[in-house]
Design a protein around this ligand. Structure first.
Ligand SMILES: CSCC[C@H](NC(C)=O)C(=O)O
Ligand SMILES: [Zn+2]
Ligand SMILES: [Zn+2]
Length: 436
């Protein structure tokens, strides 16, 4: 089946479960100690060893692994090629009433690069230490969640459970580089519409304390470069109207605002990072020689804006800063997300009611926050669907993108149990108004 998407051609391949294929959990031969470990942990460690790391992620290896998972689950897997080399996969567990809207369990296959010299162990060896902490890129972000989804579905199926709503497990590429050839493109694809999604789960963050954190919205990423032109001249003179003087004013305006927001966060008991605007100067460009005053200097900022901030007003503020800094200053965006939709966490919302009730029953407390960075949830919310960011990792330091990223095997295994309770609740949400 060929489907045209945007400017590229997307290929859709449906793979039926191979009953004769390997059905064991896999994980390969490991040491004596590891042979005794929980098979779900071995599977997690096996997935961590696949080098789906940027800038050249081995997506083929991940897709082969996921095909094996589909066989193990005895569920069909569909692959959709968004553009050359960028395939996503969907494993579907059809509900008893497929006309109802489905539940999406999303995870990304890619991981960010490592600075290996700063790691205790090989970041792709999935070493488990004596305390049961598993080290590796993707332990928190977000290969743990991928395996937890798979293992929870496996256990529910093994118990003979069926639920009214269909559950889709989706595995996407390129989240770590902005999602352009992954989720951003896929939400506009007819195959996405065909999934008939009603509610989505995607990644969250660890919580160093006992509660779990859930994210119902995200800050908008704005990546802006401000271009400051100026008069060139000899480096020995007091040339008027230089690019550097304008750059200086721009930097001061942006960083003064950064300071105000930092103070607002640090002096409030109730605000979290997701509730304030962060501004970070990430690049500066300009100059050709020690003694030549350049005709232009550029500065780049990574700005993250909470969904409660008026974006038009915020951009007007940027324009004022540019005007105040001098003549001819322009700016351009490399990233300017403007959708500020938040997912309902009202008790009257049937999805949230099912989600939160599960945690009440398990006696687990939740902390609701705005996600400080950007995930694929922003694309899902932008097409009008509710999405909650949730990675079941409590009592765990936040180490995504950091050196020595790790997750304890106990926390990982508890996360599977959480999904074993959560998925039945979500996939059994009673028919909503307008549903069959
Ligand atoms: C804006 S696209 C980049 C996405 C990346 N996400 C994470 C979770 O680090 C970020 O927020 O920088
Ligand atoms: Zn992630
Ligand atoms: Zn990440």
């Amino acid at each position: 089946m060929d489907v045209t998407c945007c400017s590229s051609t997307s290929r859709v391949v449906t793979m039926l479960p191979d009953k004769d294929g390997p059905s064991a959990l896999g994980g390969g031969v490991q040491g004596d100690l590891e042979m005794a470990e929980h098979p779900s942990v071995s599977l997690f460690r096996e997935y961590l060893r696949l080098k789906t790391v940027h800038p050249d992620p081995d997506y083929d290896a991940a897709l082969r692994f996921l095909e094996r998972m589909a066989q193990k689950l005895e569920l069909p897997m569909k692959k959709v090629e968004m553009c050359h080399g960028r395939m996503l996969a969907i494993i579907t567990w059809t509900g008893t009433n497929p006309a109802l809207k489905s539940v999406l369990l999303n995870s990304h296959m890619d991981v960010v690069p490592v600075f290996q010299d700063n790691w205790k162990y090989d970041a792709f060896a999935a070493v488990k230490d004596a305390e049961g902490n598993i080290y590796g890129r993707g332990t928190q972000d977000m290969k743990s969640v991928t395996i937890q989804y798979i293992e929870a579905v496996h256990r529910l199926k093994a118990e003979g459970k069926r639920f009214p709503r269909t559950i889709h497990l989706m595995f996407v590429p390129d989240e770590e580089v902005g999602g352009h050839k992954g989720m951003e493109m896929f939400v506009k694809h007819p195959e996405f519409q065909a999934l008939n999604i009603g509610f989505a789960l995607d990644e969250g963050l660890a919580n160093p304390r006992e509660p779990f954190t859930v994210f119902y919205g995200e800050r908008c990423p704005w990546w802006i470069t401000v271009q400051c032109p100026g008069s060139p001249g000899h480096g020995s003179r007091f040339v008027e109207n230089t690019a550097a003087e304008k750059l200086h004013k721009i930097i001061n305006s942006f960083l003064d605002f950064r300071e105000q927001e930092k103070t607002r966060l640090n002096t409030s008991q109730c605000l979290t990072l997701g509730d304030v605007t962060t501004v970070n100067m990430t690049m500066v460009k300009g100059g050709v020689a020690y003694n030549v005053i350049p005709a232009e200097m550029d500065v780049t900022f990574d700005i993250r804006i909470p969904p409660t901030v008026n974006l038009q007003e915020f951009e007007k503020q940027i324009q004022r800063w540019c005007k105040e800094a001098g003549e001819g200053i322009t700016y351009e965006f490399a990233q300017k997300h403007t959708n500020q939709d938040m997912t309902s966490t009202e008790d009257s919302d049937p999805w949230w009611k099912a989600f939160s009730a599960t945690f009440k029953t398990m006696n687990i407390s939740l902390e609701k926050e705005i996600f400080p960075a950007a995930t694929d949830s922003r694309f899902i919310r932008a097409v009008g669907l509710p999405a909650i960011g949730f990675s079941p990792m409590n009592q765990t330091p936040i180490l995504l993108h950091d050196h020595n990223e790790y997750l304890s095997e106990q926390v990982f295994l508890r996360g599977i149990q959480v999904y074993q309770e959560l998925l039945p609740a979500l996939a059994s949400v009673p028919a909503l108004p307008g549903e069959v």
